[in-house]
Design a protein around this ligand. Structure first.
Ligand code: FES
Ligand SMILES: [Fe+2]
Length: 410
């Protein structure tokens, strides 16, 4: 008997693939070299101690420690003598001493002592343990893993500098909003593109699992536009006035290559957001998000890992069914797989922010391929993200919020 031939089945589906230049973070890859032109967070300051710590960043394994003078150091793990790991080194006042033959290295890799050599090693100055420069700010140890001749200043962010006296600048590797694991088992771009995709908020955090991040997300925004900025891009999420909410525009910002700023309920008087996130690629398939936030006294001691926003439970208490019934950001982003298949995507009009981001990445890579800087860098970054009301007399980082939609640019 004749029967209908099914269309669109998964039979013969080609194997998926991804845009390597967009996602890869290793040395020598376009994406990895781009990320290496910027300071990256390595660890919380509290994690740099007299006990050496293994850290992995951009696919490189390194050893972090803090010497007796309080200086953090970040060294290549294999001792330059005969290769044992400095993880078992002993931290001393002047540096870290290898457990095998006792070579002592300072935080910049200089060899200060070779106890098995006559006179502590007459030629010790010829040996240097490979190292990276680090600087501490906002409770985070930042490192520069790129070509030394291109090292920019470690940037400051104005909303983290100019804070009210009763507020503290707090660093964490826990998401501020809904808990979740410290390490996401997926490529960093999946976590970053999420911020260029604000429409997901009313679906994931409203329609599907809501309210996860406030009642506001129960309804879709009235307008969303995406625009390039000097340092990246911003998404403008506009809501018309409602009985319980005045007209307002939330501005989400990406500061390339990997800082994001989302307006939360805590913000400044002028509406600007005060929580910045660095989406640190541990390697191609793992991501750690470092957040620095300005915390008012009332929120001190707040623990997002205990927020019961997943059907009445915190994220860490969910079983599989809980993750299925109340998915959040982790499920959506890690659910795309270790590295999502770009070949299987169907990008549509609501993906304009994602398209704009990818276009900017390709432009940065192209600039570097021509020997140019990937983009502008600022010593003091003026944050634009925030929530701005219709009648706000508040400071606004740009003129009219209702600017032309830049579809053509996306
Ligand atoms: S292997 Fe480190 S001092 Fe010999
Ligand atoms: Fe989200």
């Amino acid at each position: 008997m004749a029967h209908e031939i099914d269309e669109g089945t998964a039979y013969g589906l080609p194997e998926g693939g991804y845009e390597r230049d967009l996602v890869e973070v290793g040395r020598g890859t376009p994406g990895g070299e781009w990320l290496r032109r910027y300071w990256q967070p390595v660890a919380l300051s509290s994690e740099a101690t007299d006990l050496p710590k293994e850290v992995r960043i951009l696919g490189e394994d390194l050893i972090l420690f803090r010497d007796g003078h309080g200086r953090p150091g970040l060294l290549y793990p294999r001792c330059c003598h005969r290769g044992t790991t400095l993880l078992y080194g002993r931290v001393e006042k002047e540096g870290i001493r290898c457990c095998y033959h006792g070579w002592l290295f300072d935080t910049e890799g200089r060899c200060l002592d070779q106890p098995c050599e006559p006179n502590g090693g007459q030629k010790r100055h010829l040996h240097r343990q490979p190292w990276f420069r680090v600087e501490e700010r906002y409770g985070i140890v930042f490192a520069y893993l790129g070509p030394p001749e291109h090292r920019p200043p470690l940037p400051r962010y104005d909303v983290l500098e100019d804070t009210a006296p009763d507020r503290v600048v707090h660093a964490t590797t826990r998401t501020l909003q809904t808990g979740g694991p410290e390490v996401m088992d997926c490529n960093w771009v999946q976590t970053y593109e999420n911020v260029a995709d604000p429409l997901h908020a009313w679906i994931t955090h409203g329609m599907i699992s809501g309210p996860q991040l406030g009642e506001r997300l129960a309804e879709p925004p009235d307008d969303v536009t995406y625009e390039p900025t000097e340092l990246g891009m911003r998404s403008l999420v506009h809501r018309n006035a409602r009985p319980d909410e005045p007209e307002n525009t939330a501005v989400l910002e990406l500061i390339l290559p990997n800082v994001s700023i989302v307006p939360l309920e805590i913000h400044r008087e002028d509406g600007r957001a005060t929580a910045l996130a660095w989406h640190l690629p541990i390697d191609d398939t793992h991501t750690k998000i470092f957040t620095v936030a300005v915390i008012p006294p009332v929120h001190r001691g707040f623990d997002s890992t205990k927020l019961p926003v997943f059907g009445g439970k915190p994220w860490h208490e969910l079983d599989l069914e809980g993750h299925q019934r109340f998915p959040g950001d982790y499920e959506a982003q890690a659910g795309q797989g270790r590295i999502t298949f770009h070949s299987e995507e169907r990008l549509v009009s609501s993906d304009r922010g994602v398209l704009l981001f990818r276009k900017q990445v390709r432009r940065a890579h192209a600039a570097m391929a021509q020997g140019k800087p990937p983009g502008p860098q600022r010593e003091m970054v003026v944050v634009q993200a925030g929530r701005y009301g219709e009648n706000a007399t508040a400071w606004s980082p740009f003129g009219s919020l209702k600017q032309e939609q830049i579809d053509s640019d996306a």
